[in-house]
Design a protein around this ligand. Structure first.
Ligand SMILES: C[S@@+](CC[C@H](N)C(=O)[O-])C[C@H]1O[C@@H](n2cnc3c(N)ncnc32)[C@H](O)[C@@H]1O
Length: 123
């Protein structure tokens, strides 16, 4: 059976992601010390916007590049069952980081190829 049927793989359009992140208050300086978990991250529709917002807030607070990286690696979590989509999301995020803060190296993202229910049980 197709993955979009077995795993519910319908990805969220950017404008909807934006609205939802605004509605849950993921914006402004408050997000600097907030942990966030995307529990079924797909190819990274939410993750990309989360990381983009996080970097923008860091930059507007003159946080240094190495600190931004450490913060991204500390505060942002995701889980995704499908390894192919997970790998796409990591590629997208590394590309985004490269564009925004000129860092070419792959980050040590807290993005796990796991069933979210198991992840939550063991965390
Ligand atoms: C509807 S898509 C949404 C993806 C992304 N959050 C978005 O908004 O674009 C749901 C995703 O959840 C993943 N998924 C389904 N069951 C899961 C589970 N138990 N644990 C982790 N990921 C799961 C699927 O592989 C799929 O990529």
């Amino acid at each position: 059976m197709a993955k979009h049927k077995t795993l519910g793989q319908v990805f969220t359009p950017t404008w909807v992601v934006d609205e939802i992140l605004d509605l849950v208050g993921y914006e402004g300086d408050d997000i600097l010390d907030k942990y966030i978990l995307e529990p079924s991250s797909g190819d990274g529709a939410f993750l990309t916007e989360i990381v983009s917002r996080y970097i923008d807030v860091c930059l507007s607070n003159q946080i240094e590049t190495h600190q931004i990286i450490a913060r991204l690696e500390k505060y942002i979590y995701a889980v995704e069952l499908d390894k192919i989509e997970l790998d796409k999301s990591i590629q997208n995020l590394n590309q985004l980081v490269k564009q925004k803060i000129s860092i070419g190296k792959a980050l040590n993202w807290k993005i796990y190829n796991q069933n979210t229910l198991d992840f939550l049980k063991n965390t």
